[in-house]
Design a protein around this ligand. Structure first.
Ligand code: FE2
Ligand code: FE2
Length: 361
């Protein structure tokens, strides 16, 4: 299979670009400054396109990039340069290196996928039109989780922009296509948050919510598991089932998330979704064991999307459920979920499980 090659001089930054690129195809991330890569060669015909994320500030870095391009671009595969110095000199360097397309690195998060698509000879796939939206929503989510992890203020503007990209994608396509794209993420928490946000956005739209209300639902859903940014990685990303003790730690994410957002200007509904999305109408949920009327409608809606998402998600250690199996489990949770809302959710769940191209536009 052909691969995209991302040449970088800063692995952390390049890694984020590589994640975005993975949305349109497998991507090999190469550090041009790592001596171990100095002789890297790839079999002829296996490179789809090359993207460089390298600063031209140092001559030695430019030389390393030139050497990599010379070795890897044997069949003159398309080369897209992410420009860190948008100056005449920077542009001249990029052209001299053979770039067929130049894109400012600070605008790449949103534009990279769409800039690259026309360079690829074959049609990428059905998901391409929304890949840029998915990449941008994921960028926003990454930064939201970084802020959460570092104890900083979670910027409301970032949540709004993440939700906007989800809504933008939903205007172009349906829940099913979004799912198809986000399955390509390897970070389970990101995948989950983006999935819940999209299901909630689709559900709100299906229920005929006004635009402003749709936006509130999407934002709340995107943020619902922000408390997981404070859960140790060993538990959060454990590749298997949690022990009872680990589950107890994991369950603190709901109250933790609430405490993180408290006093930061978030509305009561948003706070309720973050704190109470694991509550059940029969009082058997956590962290407060709330009952029926104490659980607001918005929370009930996100809870349904949250459980459904967890059931159909793909994990290395278990088979994902089909949409029918997932929905049957929700229906079997007698007394725990809002019955009317659950029935209204059925078409959204069904659409999520349909093969690509079958669902309504
Ligand atoms: Fe949760
Ligand atoms: Fe969740």
């Amino acid at each position: 299979m052909k691969t995209l090659v991302l040449l970088t001089d800063t692995l952390a930054r390049g890694g984020q670009f590589a994640r975005n690129l993975n949305l349109i195809g497998s991507t090999l991330l190469v550090d041009v400054l790592d001596p171990e890569n100095a002789k890297l060669r790839l079999a002829s015909g296996t490179v789809r396109a090359i993207i460089s994320d390298v600063s031209f500030a140092r001559a030695s870095t430019v030389a390393a990039l030139r050497s990599h391009l010379g070795r890897l671009r044997v069949n003159r595969e398309p080369y897209l340069c992410l420009l860190h110095e948008d100056t005449p000199r920077g542009n001249a360097y990029a052209r001299a290196l053979g770039a067929v397309r130049i894109l400012r690195a600070d605008q790449a998060a949103y534009n990279l996928v769409s800039a690259l698509s026309p360079l690829l000879a074959e049609e990428v796939d059905q998901a391409t039109p929304i890949a840029a939206d998915v990449a941008s929503a994921d960028d926003a989510l990454t930064r939201i989780f970084e802020m959460g992890r570092s104890g900083g203020v979670i910027e409301a503007g970032l949540i709004a922009s993440g939700a906007e990209f989800i809504e933008s994608a939903l205007r172009k396509t349906d829940v099913r296509t979004w799912l198809e794209v986000i399955w390509r993420f390897d970070d389970a928490t990101h995948q989950h948050c983006l999935l819940v946000a999209d299901l909630a956005a689709g559900f709100a739209k299906h229920l005929g919510f006004r635009r402003a209300d749709c936006r509130r639902v999407t934002q709340a859903a995107l943020l619902h598991d922000i408390g997981k940014s404070r859960i140790p990685n060993a538990i959060l990303n454990k590749p298997g089932h949690l022990t009872d003790d680990e589950r107890t730690v994991m369950q603190t994410h709901a109250a933790l998330g609430y405490e993180m957002l408290l006093g930061q200007g978030y509305g009561a509904e948003m706070l309720a979704v973050v704190r109470s999305h694991h509550e059940y109408l029969d009082g058997s949920g956590y962290p407060d064991g709330l009952w029926g009327a104490d659980i607001p409608d918005l929370v009930r809606l996100v809870t349904i999307c949250d459980i459904y998402a967890a059931l159909i998600e793909r994990r290395p250690y278990r088979k994902p459920m089909t949409s029918e199996e997932g929905f049957a489990i929700l229906e079997g949770m007698t007394g725990k979920l809002d019955k009317d809302l659950l029935q209204a959710f059925r078409p959204v769940a069904t659409l999520a499980g349909e093969p690509l191209g079958v669902g309504p536009a």
